[in-house]
Design a protein around this ligand. Structure first.
Ligand SMILES: [Zn+2]
Length: 71
């Protein structure tokens, strides 16, 4: 079955690549997670993910490429 992958992996319109969606701080690294309310992807710093895990969901359904793809 084919589905619209691009449609499922849009980033939130307020998401910025080098800022945390939640606290707006820059971070050494970001987690790409799904904002549950909007069902859009956002960048979060690890601290915000820990503090707001009810509002965001790790999305591991995408076949990530690169060095992080090994499980
Ligand atoms: Zn944050």
């Amino acid at each position: 079955m084919k589905y619209n992958d691009e449609e499922s992996y849009r980033f939130h319109k307020n998401d910025v690549l080098d800022r945390c969606f939640c606290c707006s701080q820059s971070s050494q690294r970001y987690l790409i997670v799904r904002h549950i309310n909007s069902n859009m992807l956002v960048h979060l710093c690890p601290e915000c993910m820990m503090d707001n895990s009810n509002d965001y969901m790790l999305d591991n359904t995408r076949p990530w490429l690169g060095e992080n793809s090994k499980i």
